[in-house]
Design a binder for this molecule. Structure first.
Ligand code: ADP
Ligand code: ZN
Ligand code: MG
Length: 492
């Protein structure tokens, strides 16, 4: 009993490292001339003797794939190796026609680096161990005969598509941090155009390694590797489940073994696949059909020069130069297109109020519509049109709350803000003449509110609200307020 109590009081620290596979965006495959883009089409239409693993053919390194890989490595602050090497990773599987995958083993393309991940506790650097190149496998399709027996088909369209493996250090400490790392990495890949980063299409795949250790311990515990989790939510849930499971084993006095587990999305659990004793022995050896990959300084410099401003640099710039708060700056810089849109709207202004207005229009009004209706930036009002809307707000023609309606109408009708305001009669009424009648009615209809106001000036809001309602929100709030105070002072 006593030991039980002690054991359950032990707090564990979660340790997570992720291995990410990202398909690179190139015209052709990693080692042959087949299209690397058309693998979703007619099965086995996109193949040649090289990617089908026929004897007597030779692979050729795709220069553009190397260039994209170098760009990714540099964007992750890695040290690109002047010389790296391809190796054969040997295993037998129906979707691997050669019986080996060409990968990089002991001399990877790049070593070191980090990803700056924004967490609730601020910015944290997750270390990158290495980035290396390899080729994708084909796909097995599992089918059922009418009599219920199963069979499998193999589609080799995907075999040989350039793949990048990005291995992180065991630096993450919570499922949320791991999810955030993955999102940040996806954003970087998309910013530089090296990968679509679409998890649902398999262009980005994640193996998660998780272990626990007693709080304060310096040694890592035995890790469990969860294979191929296929969504951001899945990564979060799989890690969360695994942390719970491991903690329960340890608290019950058990020990954990190093093993590979699979994530079942439907059941929300991880299930054992194989333990270390049965771990694959890939018998890596140098690929004899390919030369050492030697990169010149000029090649690396050119790749570096081609990189755009990256999301974290943008986020910092929006915070420091524009005074945008951290979470809005993160949202605005989350995609390159959205950041470009923000900058087209603010158009070099240094007016912080106007920048704050632009920020709010994008992060509230636009992103709400974008998320609710699945719109893309092509559906958003043009930057000049949004500037027109901001002008109307700044000149007091419409209130910020009316602007919400106008913005939605701009998306819907693709008309300019001033046209919509005019057609729908949304201009604020600041003219005392037009407002007086409504004010008189509000006072006559609500003697209780007037009495309340005479006791406590804060009660004015109720009367202001009555007038705003009568005007369908178009009355200028500030003018109504002033006119009401004048009028009520006169009756006192
Ligand atoms: P393996 O030899 O089993 O492939 P590696 O040392 O290459 O293991 O690490 C693979 C991944 O697992 C890396 O992302 C690394 O950060 C992570 N990792 C290594 N040890 C641990 C651990 N004890 N807990 C969690 N993750 C770990
Ligand atoms: Zn081919
Ligand atoms: Mg490994």
């Amino acid at each position: 009993m006593i030991t039980d109590t002690v054991a359950s009081a032990v707090a564990f620290e979660t340790v997570i490292g992720l291995e990410i596979h990202a398909q690179l965006v190139t015209k052709s495959k990693m080692f042959c001339g087949c299209s690397a883009a058309a693998f979703a089409g007619e099965p086995n239409a996109n193949v040649c003797p090289v990617c089908m693993g026929m004897p007597g053919v030779l692979p050729v390194i795709n220069r553009e794939a190397v260039r994209q890989a170098v760009r990714v490595a540099l964007a992750l602050h890695g040290t690109v190796q002047r010389e790296s090497k391809f190796d054969r990773k040997n295993y037998t599987y129906p979707d691997l026609p050669k019986g080996y995958q060409i990968s990089q083993y002991d001399l990877p393309l790049s070593r070191g680096g980090f990803v700056a991940v924004l967490t609730e506790a601020g910015e944290r650097r997750v270390g990158i161990t290495r980035v290396h190149m390899e080729e994708d496998t084909g796909r097995s399709l599992h089918r059922t005969h009418p009599d219920g027996s199963g069979y499998s088909l193999v589609d080799l369209n995907r075999a040989g598509v350039p793949l990048l493996e990005i291995v992180s250090e065991p630096d993450m400490r919570s499922p949320e941090e791991a999810r955030q790392y993955l999102v940040t990495l996806r954003d970087i890949l998309r910013y530089i155009g090296a990968s679509t980063g679409n998890m649902e299409e398999g262009a980005l795949r994640c193996d998660a390694n998780i272990s626990l250790r007693p709080q304060g311990a310096s040694e890592f515990g035995a890790k469990v590797e969860i294979k191929n989790v296929n969504s951001f939510r899945g990564v979060y849930r799989a890690i969360q489940y695994e942390v719970q499971r491991q903690a329960e084993v340890l608290r019950a006095g058990g020990t954990l073994i190093q093993e590979t587990r699979g994530w079942s999305e439907e059941r929300g659990v991880t299930l054992p696949q194989r333990t270390k004793e049965y771990a694959d022995d890939y018998r890596y050896f140098p690929e004899p059909d390919l030369p050492t990959l030697v990169l010149s300084d000029a090649f690396i410099a050119e790749a570096r020069a081609s990189l755009p401003e990256l999301p974290d640099a943008r986020r910092h710039r929006y915070s420091t130069d524009f005074g945008v708060n951290v979470s809005d700056a993160a949202a605005l810089s989350g995609s390159r297109e959205l950041g470009d849109y923000f900058e087209a709207i603010t158009d070099g202004t240094t007016d912080r109020t106007r920048i704050a207005l632009a920020t709010a229009l994008i992060t509230n009004d636009w992103l709400t519509l974008h998320n609710e209706r699945g719109l893309s930036l092509a559906d958003a009002p043009s930057a000049p049109d949004v500037r027109g809307l901001m002008d109307l707000i700044e000149r007091g023609v419409i209130s910020r709350s009316t602007a919400k309606e106008v913005f939605a109408a701009m998306v819907e009708t693709r008309q300019r803000a001033d046209v919509i305001v005019k057609e729908r009669g949304l201009a604020q009424q600041s003219d005392a003449g037009a407002l007086t009648a409504m004010i008189e009615r509000a006072i006559a209809d609500n003697p209780k509110m007037v009495a309340d106001y005479n006791k406590n000036p804060n009660a004015l809001n109720a009367l202001v609200g009555q007038v705003m309602k009568m005007s369908r929100g178009t009355a200028n709030n500030q003018v109504v307020r002033e006119l009401l105070i004048q009028r009520l002072a006169a009756t006192e």
